[in-house]
Structure formats: structure tokens, C-alpha cells
Design a protein around this ligand. Sequence first.
Ligand code: GRG
Length: 339
Amino acid sequence: MTAEPLADFLNRARVRVDEALARILPTPPACPAIVSDAMRYSVFAGGKRLRPILTLAAADAVTRAGHTRVGDTRVGHRFSGAGASADAGADAGADPDPLRLALPAACAIELIHTYSLIHDDLPAMDDDTLRRGRPTLHVVYGDGIAILAGDGLHAEAFTLLATAPALDDPETLRRKLRVLWLIGSAAGPAGMVGGQAIDLQAAGQAPGHPLTLDADGLRGMHARKTGALIRASAVSGAIMAGAADDLVAAMDGYATEVGLAFQIVDDILDVESDPATLGKSTGKDAAGAKPTYPALFGLDRSRALAADCLERAHATLTAAGLTGGWLGPIAEWVVRRKS
Ligand code: GRG
């Protein structure tokens, strides 16, 4: 177990990700000011940064466990700016900071997550007016610019994955390609897009009869809609840090449990919390008669199911020898969070 409290790691990771995101996002004259402003409005609206935190924590955990394969020496591109180098040390030899290799993937996933929230809030989808404690992007900029800002973030994510870290040794290129494939699959029709489509069908917002989801159907929808990107977050951190295949598989198992717990808690908070605490509308699931864990199982059983996920997440970390970092405390945070 690390001596650093979780809150300190979360703050450190958030600062690092935010500094990198600020460098990455294009500004005029590279892109029109309105697109730049709209993308930044949503990216810097105060999200928890759970996904990039998972990426960095996963990279840290496999490095601590000493199961990495090949050492890497330097990182370039836009990640060589002040924020990245300041806490990376000046040593040009063996990289003292394994998180640097995972930082581009962490940022790319946050860009994709933010794009998905912007599109989800549109009138054609969930039609919401509050997100991250602010009016949603389309309320401020209109539907057209909101769609384009989401598209822009999505494209920037893959540009970033292709170009950073700017190392051309075969091992780094192999990891980058694997992570590109992983994140593309998680965000696409087999993952998040597919899950959102099932959600629309279940809500009666797609052609044909509304889908009725039983417990397996609900779990399957969430595994795609939110679970896939959460899994990709942790797994890409492990891959970029050079984890051996057995450790990558363990990371996937851990993150699958965290992803399901995240969604169960999200459903519970939609019932129990309020917009001021959550920064988004509440009570929408019940109002829309959406299939949720509390609707299917009740609140008490839903809490027990989330606790089961947490137990399995810890067991996976223990079996893989990954208990030395922040992954365990992060799983606890996901289950006990209030926002
Ligand atoms: C539009 C292709 C497309 C997909 C949208 C993820 C998603 C699919 C929609 C989000 C709708 C939603 C509120 C789902 C519940 C779980 C969730 C993703 C909550 C928001 O994630 P947090 O809590 O948000 O990590 P912050 O703002 O903290 O980043």
C-alpha cells in the first residue's frame, strides 16, 4: 500500500491530466474559435476525471508490481511541455516516470468521454440542460456547434493516440497500436455507441417496439455504454506501462467490476441525490421509466450488488499482486462516491 493518501493522488492526477488537455486542445488559428471555445467549455467544466485517473493508476500499479516488459526512455510531442517534464525529473536515461507513457491514452479517453456526454445531452438523446454543474453545451452554443464540438473531441482523441507518446521504437509503437484498437473498439458500435443505441431502444426513442431489458439485458447495456470505456481506461494504462499479458487480463477483470459498480451507483444516485450535489439532473431514470438497478432490484439490493463488485475487484487485485497502488482505493471511491 502506498503512503500517499488517495485524495493527494487524485489531485495530482487531475492537475496533470488538465494541464495536458489544455496543451492538446487546438486553438485558433488551427481551428475556429467557436469550436475551440465549445470544446473547452465542456472539457474544463469540472468532471471527476475518473477514467484518466484509472489509466494513470493502472500504469502506476503494474510498474510497482514489477511486471513490466521493456523500459522506455523519453516522451516527446505536446506531452513534453512544462507540466509533463516538471514532475518527470531531468534524468534523460531510464524514464523515472512511467505515467508519462500512459498520459496520452488517459487524455484521449477523457476527450471521448466528454464527447459522449455532450452528445448524450442533446435533445435527440437524453435532452438534458445541466451537466457538470453547468448548462449543457447545446443550451449555450446551440445543437449544431455542440454536435461539432463532440465530433471534434472524438477526432482529437484519435489524433492524440496516433501521435503521442512521440517515440518510434518498435515496442512503444506496438503498445500504441494496441491501445488505439482497444479504445476505438470500446468507444464504437461494439461498445459505447452500441450501448447508447440499446438505451435509446429501451427508452422507446428508436424505431420499433421499445426493448424490455431484464437483469442480463441491463448489465449488457451498461457493459457497453459505460463499462467498455472504463475497462479501456485501466487496460490502456497497463498496456502503455508495458504490463505482461496476465496482468493486462487481471486489469480488465478489475475494471469490469469497477465499471459495473460505477453504473449501479450512478443509478442509485439518480434516485437518492440532487442536482446541486451531482451537477446533473436527477430523477430522470424514473421519470423516463428507464430500466435501472434500483427499478429492477430496489435500492438495498442494488447497494449489495455494488458491494459485491467491490469485493470481486479487490479479490482480482490481490490475486494479481496489484494491491500496492491506488486501484483498490479508487474502487472504494467509486462505490462510496456522492457525486
Ligand atoms: C452519445 C455515443 C454516445 C454515448 C453516450 C456514456 C453515455 C453514452 C452517456 C452518458 C449518460 C449517462 C449520464 C450515463 C451514466 C453514467 C455516466 C457516464 C455518467 C457520467 O460519468 P461521470 O460521473 O461524469 O464520470 P464526469 O462529469 O464526472 O466526468
